[in-house]
Write a protein that binds this ligand. Structure first.
Ligand code: ZN
Length: 355
C-alpha cells in the first residue's frame, strides 16, 4: 500500500525523485559492461537475470530444458550409463539447468572443467541419465516420438502454448544467445547448429511478432534481431524485466542526446546565418563609405549603418530594437535593401563617370 503511494506523482516533484531512485536501483544491477574491470557484459547480466526466474509449470520447465538441450546438449553413448550432457560457460546457466532437471524429477550431476587457456576458462557440464526408473528423457523433451524414433523436428507440443514458447526462447537465449549493450548497438542473436533448429526458433519468434534475420557462419546459423523495438520485445518475452528497464532508459537517454545535438546544430546554423548576413552588410556599408561617405545616406539609413558597424554580429531584430524609435525585423530588412539599391546606384555612377 505504502509502495503504491510512493509511485504516485506530486506537484512537489516527488514522482521524479522516485523515478530517479528506481533508475539508480536498477543501474546497480545493470552496469555498463567494461573490459578487464570484472564487470559482467550486458548479455551475461541478462542471462543472470532470467536464470533466476521462478518457473511454476512443468510444461514450461520441459520447454526450457528442451531448448537448452537442443542448443547446448550432446548425447554420450559410450558410457556405462547413457546420458545427455549440457555444457555452458556460465555458472548461473549451469545452476539453472540443474534446477530444471531436478524439478522435473531427474537425477543430474554438475561437473566443472577448468582450463588454463583462455585465461581461467571454465566449462560447466550437467549430466542427465537418458533413462531413469523406467522413464525416458528424450521423449519427454520432444526429441524422440512414439516407438522410440528420433523426430526430425522438435515435438511441436514443446512450444505449443504461449507460456512454453516464452520458456523455449529463454532456453535458447541461455544456451546460445548474445545481446549487445544498448549503449553500443541494438543487436541480439542466437547461434544454432541445424536448419530445423533455425526454423523452430523463427516460428516461435514470429508468434510474438518478431521478425528475425538469418545468416550463415562457420557451419552454424545465426538468427538475429537488429531493431531496438524487436530486441527489447524479445527481452520482454523471455521475462528479462530489469534488462527491459535498462534498455528503455538507454534508449530514452540516447534519444534525448540526439535531440539536444539536433537543437544545438540548428542553433549554430542560425547563428552562422546571422553572422554571415551581418558581415555582408558591414561590407556594403564600407563600400558606400568609400564611394560617397556615410553622409550621403538619408539620416534613418545612416543611423542603421552606424549601428551595424558597431554590432556586426547582431541579428536584424536586435538592431531594430537599438534604433530610435525601435523598428521591427522587416523594417530593418527593408532599410538594408534600400541601402543595397543606393550602393548599386553609386557603383553605376562610378562605372560611368561621364553620366
Ligand atoms: Zn508452459
Amino acid at each position: 500500500m505504502g509502495e503504491n503511494r510512493s509511485y504516485r506523482g506530486g506537484a512537489d516533484g516527488s514522482f521524479r525523485a522516485v523515478q530517479l531512485l528506481i533508475i539508480d536501483k536498477e543501474r546497480r544491477i545493470f552496469q555498463d559492461g567494461g573490459k578487464g574491470d570484472g564487470k559482467m557484459s550486458f548479455s551475461a547480466q541478462v542471462k543472470d537475470e532470467v536464470a533466476r526466474l521462478e518457473l511454476r509449470n512443468d510444461c514450461c520447465r520441459r520447454s526450457e530444458l528442451a531448448a537448452l538441450a537442443r542448443v547446448a546438449g550432446t548425447i554420450l553413448l559410450g558410457q556405462e550409463k547413457r546420458q545427455l550432457v549440457l555444457t555452458t560457460e556460465a555458472s548461473t546457466v549451469a545452476r539453472r539447468i540443474f534446477r530444471l532437471v531436478k524439478a522435473l524429477g531427474w537425477g543430474g550431476v554438475i561437473t566443472v572443467r577448468r582450463y588454463a587457456r583462455p585465461r581461467r576458462h571454465r566449462l560447466f557440464a550437467v549430466h542427465i541419465p537418458l533413462e531413469e526408473e523406467g522413464r525416458l528423457l528424450l521423449p519427454q523433451l520432444g526429441f524422440v516420438g512414439g516407438e522410440n524414433i528420433p523426430l526430425p523436428r522438435l515435438d511441436p507440443a514443446v512450444f505449443e502454448r504461449n507460456c512454453c514458447r516464452r520458456a523455449f526462447l529463454r532456453g535458447c537465449f541461455l544456451g546460445c544467445g548474445f545481446v549487445s549493450d544498448p549503449n553500443r548497438a541494438y543487436h541480439l542473436e542466437l547461434v544454432l547448429k541445424t536448419v530445423q533448429g533455425v526454423e523452430d526458433v523463427a516460428a516461435a519468434l514470429s508468434a510474438f511478432g518478431l521478425r528475425s534475420g538469418i545468416g550463415e557462419r562457420k557451419e552454424a546459423y545465426r538468427i538475429y534481431l537488429k531493431d531496438a523495438e524487436q530486441v527489447v520485445e524479445f527481452l520482454r518475452v523471455i521475462g528479462a524485466n530489469q534488462a527491459v528497464l535498462y534498455f528503455e532508459n538507454c534508449r530514452v537517454l540516447k534519444e534525448m542526446k540526439n535531440q539536444i545535438n539536433r537543437l544545438v546544430n540548428c542553433e549554430t546554423a542560425n547563428l552562422g546565418k546571422t553572422v554571415e548576413t551581418g558581415l555582408k552588410q558591414v561590407a556594403l556599408i564600407k563600400e558606400i563609405e568609400a564611394l560617397a561617405g556615410l553622409g550621403a545616406l538619408r539620416p534613418q539609413l545612416r543611423e542603421l549603418a552606424l549601428l551595424r558597424l558597431r554590432y556586426p554580429e547582431a541579428s536584424l531584430s536586435e538592431l531594430g530594437r537599438l534604433l530610435m524609435p525601435p523598428l521591427g525585423k522587416s523594417g530593418v530588412s527593408h532599410r538594408f535593401r534600400e541601402m543595397q539599391r543606393f550602393a548599386e546606384q553609386l557603383r553605376k555612377r562610378q562605372g560611368n563617370p561621364g553620366s
